[in-house]
Design a protein around this ligand. Structure first.
Ligand code: GDP
Ligand code: MG
Length: 271
C-alpha cells in the first residue's frame, strides 16, 4: 500500500462508506439512490453488498456476498435458523476479506467511494466478529466513515428517537470511526424536530415529558448524556425515494473523511 506522508500507510482514496441502520430504515434503498447519484455526477463509485439474505437488489453490486456464500445452503449444512445462517455466511465471507481489500486496492486510483450495504438486522453486522473484522480491514487501509441511517418518521416518538441515538452512540464508541447521522425518509417527515432535540436537550425533555412513565424519566436523564455525543456528529436529512439531500450527504462524507485522516495521521497501522 502507499505511504504518502511516511508515517501513515492509509490511502486517501477511496473513502469507504459503511451504510448501517435498523432493519427497514432504508439502507438498501438509500444505496440505490447513492449509486444513481454517483452515476449522475460522474463520481467514481464501487458498490458492495454484505447482506447474504437479500432477495433482490435495486442496484448492481460490484462485489456481492451472495456470489460467494449461499445463505440457504449454509443454513442446511450447519443446521441453522435464518439469523444463524446470515451470521455464519458473513463469518465465512469475512475469512476471505483480505481478497476483497486487494481488489479495491488494485482499483484505488480509479475510485472515489466504496458504498457498502450491510445486513437488514443491524446487530448481525455491528455485534459480530465478522462485522468487526470487516470494519477493521477497511479502516486500516482506507478512510472509512459510518452512515447511520435513521427512519425519521418512526423517530418522531421521543423514546424511539432516544433508543436509536443510543444505538448510534454505541456504534461510534465501538468503531471509533466518524459517524454521519443520516435521517432518511424526509419525504414523509422532515428531520427538523431531530435537529432541535439534538441542539437543545430541554426541547427534547419537554417532548418526552408528555409521558410520565419510568422510561420517560430515564429518557430525560439520558438526553443529558447524549448531549456530548451529538457534539461529535454530523447530521443530514435525505430521502432515498425523492433523492433530496445527496449533495449534503457527500459533503458530510468528505468532512468525515478529512476527520478520519486527521485522527489516524500518525498511525502506522490500525491492526
Ligand atoms: P433496509 O432494511 O434498511 O435495507 O431497508 P429498505 O431499503 O429495504 O427499505 C425499507 C422500506 O422503507 C421499503 O419499503 C422502502 O421502500 C422504504 N423506504 C426506504 N427509503 C425511503 C424513503 O426515503 N422514503 C420513503 N417514503 N420510504 C423509504
Ligand atoms: Mg437492506
Amino acid at each position: 500500500s502507499s505511504s504518502g506522508s511516511g508515517s501513515s500507510n492509509i490511502r486517501r482514496k477511496p473513502v469507504i462508506i459503511l451504510v448501517v441502520g435498523m432493519a427497514g430504515s432504508g439502507k438498501t434503498t438509500l444505496m440505490h439512490r447513492l449509486v444513481c447519484h454517483t452515476h449522475l455526477k460522474d463520481i467514481r463509485g464501487y458498490v458492495m453488498n454484505l447482506d447474504p439474505a437479500v432477495m433482490t437488489l435495486p442496484y448492481a453490486a460490484n462485489i456481492d456476498v451472495r456470489d460467494t456464500v449461499k445463505y440457504k445452503e449454509v443454513m442446511k449444512q450447519f443446521n441453522l435458523g435464518p439469523n444463524g445462517g446470515i451470521l455464519t455466511s458473513l463469518n465465512l465471507f469475512a475469512t476471505k476479506f483480505d481478497e476483497v481489500i486487494s481488489v479495491i486496492e488494485k482499483r484505488a486510483d480509479q475510485l472515489d467511494y466504496v458504498l457498502v450495504d450491510t445486513p437488514g438486522q443491524i446487530e448481525i453486522f455491528t455485534w459480530s466478529a465478522s462485522g468487526a473484522i470487516i470494519t477493521e480491514a477497511f479502516a486500516s487501509t482506507f478512510p472509512t466513515v459510518v452512515a447511520y441511517v435513521v427512519d425519521t418518521p418512526r423517530s418522531e416518538d421521543p423514546t424511539t428517537f432516544m433508543s436509536n441515538m443510543l444505538y448510534a452512540c454505541s456504534i461510534l464508541y465501538k468503531t471509533r470511526l466518524p459517524l454521519i447521522l443520516t435521517f432518511n425518509k424526509v419525504d414523509v417527515a422532515a428531520h427538523q424536530f431531530a435537529l432541535e432535540w439534538m441542539e437543545d436537550f430541554e426541547a427534547f425533555q419537554t417532548a418526552a415529558s408528555s409521558d410520565q412513565s419510568y422510561t420517560s424519566t430515564l429518557t430525560q436523564s439520558l438526553s443529558l448524556v447524549l448531549d456530548e455525543f451529538y457534539n461529535n456528529l454530523k447530521s443530514v436529512g435525505v430521502s432515498a425515494v425523492s433523492g433530496v439531500g445527496m449533495e449534503a450527504f457527500f459533503n458530510a462524507v468528505e468532512t468525515s473523511a478529512e476527520e478520519y485522516m486527521e485522527t489516524y495521521k500518525y498511525c502506522l497501522s490500525l491492526t
